[in-house]
Write a protein that binds this ligand. Structure first.
Ligand code: LER
Ligand code: MN
Length: 277
């Protein structure tokens, strides 16, 4: 398994993005600390120079793992469940631009906050689910056309009112039946929603496409009470060989997460390797 770190050149309000600032600086830092990949969060793909990212990715041998899209929801109010068809159309349009950039970079695209909420009214909620399905289906087709995987990320109940668990995500993935739609497991959301994180990883199996590796308090791995040995063991059991991406709060500070949590996870992985696991 390889390790990635979250970065953004945008004015992100989402606090769990570790590297912020000019895109060239974030690549330099990710490389300097020894990460294997970089997860780039963008409000709008046209906020950045696509060829600059391609060049940086090659120069530092750092693949862009996935494009985070949550800012389109957080800052521009775009979601797949919005009752207003024009807003949904803009959400899908924004996703399609992310998909084009992902195709250029060879990365995936994440759909998390963009999934939206259903609300309390039963009829409206049923309608919102249909809207979500139609939007997601359109994005899956557009992504499949250019060979881009999409990563569906359930969020904890305080951030989303319906798509919270591994089971919720797998139900949507199964219903949609698109080979390029995978499950993104975020271990912070999982500590709040799952009964047994290792069992959920086993349940996801081949549907697992990506991991946000973060502790119970949303700090870096090793800074909270999540049993990382069990999590990593389960990932090894299901033959997950993708990226573990550090999407954590910069507490106590970015530097200590980049160094200490990275060392902590590398040591755990080395321990598994020496035991032949
Ligand atoms: C939001 O809580 C989150 O975990 C992000 O990965 C969503 O884009
Ligand atoms: Mn996440």
């Amino acid at each position: 398994m390889k390790l990635a770190v979250t970065a953004t050149p945008s004015e992100a309000r989402f606090a769990a993005i570790l590297l912020r600032g000019a895109i060239a600086e974030t690549f330099a830092l990710a490389s300097q600390y020894g990460y294997d990949g970089i997860e780039v969060h963008l409000r709008d793909p046209h906020d950045v120079d696509w060829e600059e990212i391609v060049e940086l990715s090659q120069r530092y041998s750092l693949p862009v793992t996935t494009l985070g899209t949550g800012m389109a929801a957080g800052m521009d109010g775009l979601t797949f469940t919005d009752a207003n068809s024009e807003v949904r159309m803009r959400a899908v349009g924004r996703m399609k631009e992310h998909i084009k950039l992902a195709a250029r970079l060879g990365s995936a695209v994440t759909i998390g906050v963009l999934n939206g909420n259903l609300g309390n009214d039963v009829d409206q909620a049923a309608q919102a689910r249909k809207h979500h399905f139609a939007c997601l289906q359109e994005c899956c087709h557009a992504a499949a056309d250019v060979g881009v995987p999409l990563l569906l990320e359930p969020l904890n109940r305080y951030e989303c009112d319906w798509l919270n668990t591994t089971e919720d995500a797998l139900a949507v993935i199964e219903q949609l039946g698109a080979a390029n739609l995978k499950y993104l497991a975020d271990t912070y959301h999982m500590t709040i929603e799952e009964v047994d994180i290792a069992a959920s990883i086993h349940r996801a199996g081949d549907s697992l496409g990506y991991v946000h590796l973060v502790d119970s308090n949303r700090c870096g791995p090793g800074q909270g009470h999540l049993a990382f040995r069990e999590v990593l063991n389960a990932l090894i059991d299901v033959n997950y060989d993708g990226f573990l991406s550090f999407e954590c709060l910069p507490r106590p500070d970015v530097d200590s997460i980049l160094k200490n949590s990275l060392c902590y996870v590398k040591e755990l992985l080395a321990e598994f390797a020496t035991r032949g696991i």
